[in-house]
Design a protein around this ligand. Sequence first.
Ligand SMILES: Nc1ncnc2c1ncn2[C@@H]1O[C@H](COP(=O)(O)OP(=O)(O)OP(=O)(O)O)[C@@H](O)[C@H]1O
Length: 597
Amino acid sequence: MNPLNESFSFQVNLQGMISLLSEHLYSNPNTYIRELLQNAVDAITALRHLDNDLKGTIQITLPDTTNKLFVFEDNGIGLKESEIHQFLSVIGESSKRKDADDARDFIGKFGIGMLSCFVVSEKIIIETRSAYDDKGFRWTAFSDGNYEIEALTSSMPIGTKVYLTPKDKYAHLFSYAHFIPQIKYYGDALSEKIVILHESKQTILNEEQPQWLQKGSDKEALLQSGRELFNVPFLDAVPFETEAGKCQGVMYILPYKTQFSAKQNHRLYLKRMFLSDTDNSLLPPWAFFVRILMNSNELSATASRESFMQNDELRATRKEIGQVLKEYLKSIRKVDQAIYFKIIQIHFLHLKAIAIEDAEFLELLADDLPFETNKGFRSFKHLTDETQTLYYASDYEDFKQLQRIAQSQGTLLINASYTFDEELLKKIARMRPQLKLEEMTPSRLLNSFISLDVEEEIKHLSFLNRVEETLKDFNCECQLKHFKPTDTTAIYTRPEENSHTATIRQVKQSSNPFAGALSSFGNTASKKATFCLNIDNQLVKNITSINDDFLFQSVIEVLYVQAIIMGKYTVSEKEMALFNEALNNLMVMGLTNFVNL
Ligand SMILES: Nc1ncnc2c1ncn2[C@@H]1O[C@H](COP(=O)(O)OP(=O)(O)OP(=O)(O)O)[C@@H](O)[C@H]1O
């Protein structure tokens, strides 16, 4: 015999398999609750194919003072002896994927879920009676991979009972206090009745249908469900249904800002079994301001049962959900303006992300979207009420510098350095041809200041010298230019300091012994500010003809500090003192014209 032709079967080391599953797939030891619930629900669903009126019941007996075992019982279809061998005893075999209809009807399909019980129990005992059989069987499985099977001598009703013997280290998981919140977490939306028996007391967990799964629930009831499940007082609740994935649920609008990268909490159910609170694959990527509570009857779960499988059906579902959200945002503007404006105010960043993608949505929202300007946040409508020429800076550093000049000039400047803003402005401008959109950069702005011609320069040389003389202690370059608007007297700009030069300046100003060594650094720090007077301004024209030195100095000093304030720069103590003194002098001079002192 040629040994190469011999065929062998893979052998599975059950213990290795269990530790693999428990460490990787079932990292949470409570997973067995989910798997047992799923099996019970699937078994009840299967029996419902034979008996449409079947009322599913799951009864769980917790270990207590009289009983050491955990018993999980359902009145589902049960297993025949052959099925016990075929499905229960073969890892990876499942009775739930015989055909496409099965796959759609049942939650399980991989044939491994039962193994999660070995994480918390040394052995699994299952007593089961099939709807097709009149007697039951007991299957006892050990974590070393052996199992026994025997026919039950006493009769049992159709269904299945799973007995677990909790491992010492997991005994606490089976206590009433720990178990109840866990089973509620996984099973709160199930329509099968869940009965808990403990210390001879019986508790029914889910006597009422969750509001959010009831058709026609009103908004208040949905908001109440949202508050209970997410502990958040949502702004609004948007019920929805989808054709793809057969989903039903609610989208909740968050009442606070969220980061694009923030962890999101949702509650997703598959056939009413809780599946995941982290999976966000059902929402379009821009819907960060939404929490979703949803049940799907047709999507598939991954083997870890912690998310939905990424497939065409999921993508189609996500598209429908995105559409519902867009429709909602469109309609809420008409239906409830208070909510609409709150949503805009809180979530404008995300809404801008939608508007970039969707022209119709942009048209609808454009007027209400807020933009940052040198005069604070303004809605787009507010901006265009004021002017049909919009100036914007696409770089934040530019905006910081330009806003001071714009402020002095009374011009509105938009900070379009945020993600989406420049693109959005361009898109809106394309939609509204009457609008003029102009990008502003510091160099463009300075270029719009016109230098004096030679003749004018000669004429105003002595004036400029007098201004420079007045401000000689203030490290600034004095200029005289033509610029608009003409009612702006002067503009002051200070070169922006970077943190390095700022540190050097602070060290130099302190009595730090290293200050001397630093004097050769920080050339930028010594770069001068600019004080540019507007020769087209009437006041400046008048000042050029003041002969009185004292009056001239006082007026220039006041204009100088005013320009600093208008540019939103901080005013130093020295400049403040100069301002006060000059103003005082001007008042005294003014008063002497009217009062005999
Ligand atoms: N309560 C039950 N009633 C009837 N049959 C059951 C029950 N629990 C398990 N079974 C049978 O045992 C098989 C294996 O169950 P197991 O939980 O390991 O996998 P599964 O549910 O088929 O798939 P998955 O691994 O995706 O959960 C099932 O396919 C089903 O035939």
